[in-house]
Design a binder for this molecule. Sequence first.
Ligand code: CUA
Length: 182
Amino acid sequence: MAIHPPADRIWWNEKLTAPEVIWISVAFVWGLIMFFAMIYWHAVGDQNLSNEAYKISPEVFAERTEAMVEKYKVREEGDTGIPVVRPPAGSDIYMLGRLWEWWPILELEKGQQYRLHLSSMDWQHGFSLQPANINLQIHAGYEMVITITPSETGEYSVVCNEYCGIGHHTMVGRIYVVDKKK
Ligand code: CUA
């Protein structure tokens, strides 16, 4: 209820007034609700991934990504010849972010499980998979590993949603999900 500094400097010895008690209680209860909502939403919200993260140097991550590309490349796309890679079902797959691209393009099989490793070669990028609701911050020096089983065929876009410099808006990648039976 104070607009001006308290006349009595020892304000913490003053008795709480009813409105103050009410506001403190409301804020405290709301804080508790928000805290438990985080835990609740993690379990039922269908949007938070249970992530694994490990330390890894950009050099080692690049080596693993390049090894996968060399082994399983099926074609190239675009003016810049971005490799399209079709790794075997059930394997560890890699996608690296750097100024300003997600590399390479992955072609995955519907209904198969993969371990997707993500890391950055330089600084922070965002991995936003569209239209699926997957959204991760990717940092250099760490790899995020997510276990995925694509359930729908189609073309998915990876959009960088962390501002990363002048080419940020051009930083997109792609994942294809195909049905082997067709
Ligand atoms: Cu990478 Cu924005």
